[in-house]
Design a protein around this ligand. Structure first.
Ligand SMILES: Cc1cc2nc3c(=O)[nH]c(=O)nc-3n(C[C@H](O)[C@H](O)[C@H](O)COP(=O)(O)OP(=O)(O)OC[C@H]3O[C@@H](n4cnc5c(N)ncnc54)[C@H](O)[C@@H]3O)c2cc1C
Length: 315
């Protein structure tokens, strides 16, 4: 038996985004007998990568396969799917009305935004083409695969110096690129040089590669520096415009500020609307964190529904 307690709404919960966060929330809700619709416009953040790493029991799986497995598990508990974009979410006293790009609207008691983030890539020739194959955002996800190779790290502001240290143990052949930004004081330069790390302070003009592999990095002075992978954690922005439409607070890191209470996590300033996964300030960006956050937000939403159903005597 699945419920849509107490009203004429189409679903208990609409989940926007069928990445690890949305699917994990859907699994918990389906197993709690909630009617769930999960919708997605097929632009997963890790879509450019051939393999996903670091998620226990699925290390190295193709991102699309992981999602497919997730969908199959959610479907076992009655979860429904719709492959289209949600363009608009409005709230009234009964719940939410969400509109698809087709113009059709569905109603639900709660909404979970699991819409993820977009990476804002620098405007450098070849960067976007090599993103996810020769250029990586995260050493935990893709560092092992390029260990001991000639590596680069792009450090274009002071805060990223710590990130460069994360790449240090992956290879003895490491070059830090500042892309023409004035990052290093003398002390920092000697600390890097003493450890055998190269520093290139010229602006980068292009990343060169073929067959999805980085081969070299061209600099403004005309030199090409041979590298097999470049690491860079770009700034992020919300993937979807819905948080902005609903007036949700987005912090400096580009994440929706969510709160926790003794009843759960993922709450936003709009009652009944929750955020899970990369899009939320509550989840460090990775598949494992998105799954964990989706689980916690899914159970939080079920708790909210259960309290209401109990108060009203709905089944
Ligand atoms: C290149 C790359 C490689 C990565 N590799 C790894 C890795 O190996 N291991 C790891 O742990 N992490 C990796 N990550 C991070 C990982 O991809 C994210 O942490 C994870 O996908 C977050 O899951 P999520 O469900 O929050 O968001 P996502 O997986 O991004 O899913 C969000 C979904 O919401 C959909 N959506 C957005 N707006 C709408 C809308 N309005 N209507 C309908 N659907 C919408 C999107 O199409 C998308 O499918 C990688 C990231 C990048 C950029």
């Amino acid at each position: 038996m699945q419920t849509t307690g107490g009203g004429d709404l189409d679903y208990d919960v609409l989940i926007i985004g069928s990445g690890p966060a949305g699917l994990s929330a859907a699994l918990q809700l389906g197993r709690s007998l909630r009617s769930v619709l999960v919708c997605d416009n097929d632009e997963p953040r890790n879509g450019p990568a051939a393999e996903a790493h670091g998620y226990l029991t699925r290390d190295g799986i193709a991102p699309q396969e992981l999602r497919q497995l997730g969908r199959e598990e959610v479907a076992k508990y009655g979860g429904e799917f719709r492959d289209s974009q949600v363009t608009d979410v409005t709230r009234d006293e009964d719940g939410f009305a969400s509109t698809f790009d087709s113009g059709e609207t569905v109603t639900s008691r709660k909404v979970i935004l699991a819409t993820g983030v977009r990476d804002v890539l620098p405007d450098i020739d070849g960067f976007e083409e090599l993103w996810g194959s020769g250029v990586h955002h995260c050493p935990y996800c893709h560092g092992y695969e390029v260990r001991d190779e000639p590596l680069g790290v792009l450090v274009n502001n002071q805060h990223m110096l710590e990130y460069a240290k994360l790449i240090y143990n992956l290879s003895e052949d490491l070059v830090v690129f500042t892309d023409g930004n004035d990052i290093f004081d003398k002390e920092t330069i000697s600390a890097f040089v003493e450890r055998g790390i190269g520093i290139e302070e010229e602006p980068i003009t292009a990343l060169n590669g073929s067959d999805d592999k980085l081969e070299s990095i061209s600099l403004a002075d005309g030199r090409d520096v041979a590298r097999h992978a470049l690491f860079y954690p770009p700034p992020m922005e919300q993937h979807s415009e819905i948080p902005e439409q609903l007036g949700l607070e987005v912090n400096q890191a580009g994440l929706v500020d969510t709160t926790r209470s003794q009843h759960g996590i993922g709450f936003t300033s709009v009652e009944g609307l929750f955020v899970a996964g990369d899009a939320s300030s509550g989840a460090p960006p990775s598949i494992a964190s998105a799954v964990a956050d989706g689980y916690a937000v899914g159970t939080t939403v079920n708790m909210e529904l259960s309290k209401k159903d109990f108060e009203e005597g709905w089944r």
